[in-house]
Every structure is written in C-alpha cells, then in structure tokens.
Design a binder for this molecule. Sequence first.
Ligand SMILES: Nc1ncnc2c1ncn2[C@@H]1O[C@H](COP(=O)(O)OP(=O)(O)OP(=O)(O)O)[C@@H](O)[C@H]1O
Length: 114
Amino acid sequence: MKRFKYAYNGMMQMFRKDTHFLIHILISLIVIISGFIFQLSAVEWLFILSAVFLVLTVEALNTSIEYAVDLVTEDFHELALYAKDISAFAVVLVSIYAVCTGLIIFLPKLLNLI
Ligand SMILES: Nc1ncnc2c1ncn2[C@@H]1O[C@H](COP(=O)(O)OP(=O)(O)OP(=O)(O)O)[C@@H](O)[C@H]1O
C-alpha cells in the first residue's frame, strides 16, 4: 500500500511538472476509445496497450532522470546534457514505435471507412 501511495505521489508530480505527460495521457485515452470504436482484436489490443504503456513509462523515467540530473548539478555540464538528451531520445524512440503501431492498426480501418 505504501508503494502505491509513493507511486500516486509520483504520478501527481508528473502531472504538475511535465505537460508532455498530460498530452500523452490525452492521446492514450483517444487511442483507447478508438480501439473500442473499431473493435480491435486481442492481438491488436496487445500492441496498442504495449505502445501506450511504453510511452508513458519512458516519459516517467525521462522526468525522473531530469530530476536526478538537476539534483547533481544545475550548472551547465556536458554529462548532464548527455544524460538529458539521451533520455529525451528514448522518449522519441518509443513515440516512433507508438506512431508506427497506431498507423499499422488504425490506418487500414480508417481507409475502409472511406
Ligand atoms: N545542467 C545542464 N547542463 C547542460 N545542459 C543541460 C542541463 N540541463 C538541461 N540541459 C539541456 O537542456 C535540455 C532541456 O532540459 P530540461 O531539464 O529543461 O528538460 P526538458 O526537456 O525541458 O523537460 P521538461 O519540459 O519536462 O522540463 C536538455 O535536454 C539538455 O540538452
């Protein structure tokens, strides 16, 4: 129960600090609602949910790394720059995976509507 409380506090802090997180949550909700509308198969749900949770998880880790780096130094430091930039790169990578997954699953269904 303690762990859930800490996790809840972490989530609330994410909402306060990281506006990207809120955008990710909103997009995730739209994707999940679309999944119900298009009646995804079990395998399609697995890919969509893995993409959604991967993006949210990596975004949370990215914010966590930013805090850890800021704790060590707020001065300009090349290693701080590498740590933050590589962590941002990880978010971009999973976002590309999520966009590809969304396109592969939803695009044929959307084209079918036309
Ligand atoms: N201490 C530092 N030394 C060198 N470069 C830094 C340092 N802090 C931040 N940077 C550079 O500025 C960029 C933005 O850092 P920042 O901590 O503002 O994160 P952010 O991407 O704006 O995240 P958020 O919007 O969630 O706060 C980093 O990716 C890095 O290139």
